[in-house]
Design a protein around this ligand. Structure first.
Ligand SMILES: C[S@@+](CC[C@H](N)C(=O)[O-])C[C@H]1O[C@@H](n2cnc3c(N)ncnc32)[C@H](O)[C@@H]1O
Length: 231
């Protein structure tokens, strides 16, 4: 694996907290197993990758020259990006997570992995055709999301694909039911930060990017929505 490390730059507080969360080998090793191996996990992964594919297909029928997957984590979405980009780069702040990506079945061995933070990316302005961020925004507060989006927009030539955790009135009810279910089973459950649609629009306006299309992973059942944005 070609791994360059560049963690330079101060992080806004929300990003600094998220940056520490996936650093250990233990967390990296169990990441995929805990989320994507059960029947429901596999179904979610399938639907989530389908939403990402739909966003890529909307950009172009041809292969894109350079695609950046940030954060790439264990390479789950990097494999999908490979279908659409001639060169795919994986970037993450956790070497442990990228260490797992190296062994991801289906991932080409020449994918360069670069250790860097999303708010200070070591790439020139407008140098990447499509910058993609999957499963990060739902761990960040508004200031951190906007710092991340701003930097993605700087590096992207035109397109950005970003997954948000989205909450609606119905999904709030669903959360309450889920919380009751977990309490009855004496289990703890921490919900990610999902934001209402007006807050998503405020993030986009604040960072000067436009919404092209939104692809729900499983409308009404999942809070995940993949947005295709344009600079
Ligand atoms: C929930 S995982 C998502 C990984 C992958 N995109 C996926 O869909 O499975 C979140 C990832 O974000 C990375 N991360 C957190 N803060 C970051 C930052 N400031 N810059 C770059 N990566 C960051 C973590 O190391 C972790 O690998």
């Amino acid at each position: 694996m070609n791994m360059i490390c560049n963690k330079a730059g101060d992080l806004v507080p929300g990003l600094a907290t998220a940056a520490t969360r996936w650093q250990s080998d233990q967390v990296a090793t169990s990441y995929d197993d805990q989320r994507f191996t059960s029947l429901l996990g596999r179904l979610f992964n399938h639907l989530s990758c389908r939403a990402i594919r739909r966003a890529f297909r909307a950009i172009s029928d041809e292969r894109l020259a350079r695609v950046l997957d940030i954060p790439c984590g264990t390479g789950r979405a990097t494999v999908v990006a490979q279908e659409f980009g001639s060169t795919v780069l994986g970037v993450d702040i956790s070497p442990a997570m990228m260490g797992r990506a190296r062994h991801r079945p289906g991932l080409e061995s020449d994918v360069p992995f670069i250790c860097a933070n999303i708010s200070h990316q070591p790439f020139a302005t407008s140098s990447i055709d499509c910058v993609m961020a999957i499963r990060l925004m739902m761990h960040l507060d508004a200031a951190s999301r906007q710092a991340a989006l701003r930097e993605m927009a700087r590096v992207s030539r035109e397109h950005i694909i970003v997954e948000y955790g989205y909450i609606s009135s119905w999904l709030r009810i669903r959360r309450s039911l889920k919380a009751v279910y977990y309490r009855l089973r004496w289990k703890r459950h921490t919900f990610v930060q999902a934001v209402p649609w007006p807050q998503i629009q405020a993030d986009l306006k604040e960072t000067g990017v436009q919404l092209v299309a939104a692809y729900h992973t499983a409308r009404g059942l999942s809070e995940s929505v993949v947005l295709l944005l344009r600079k």
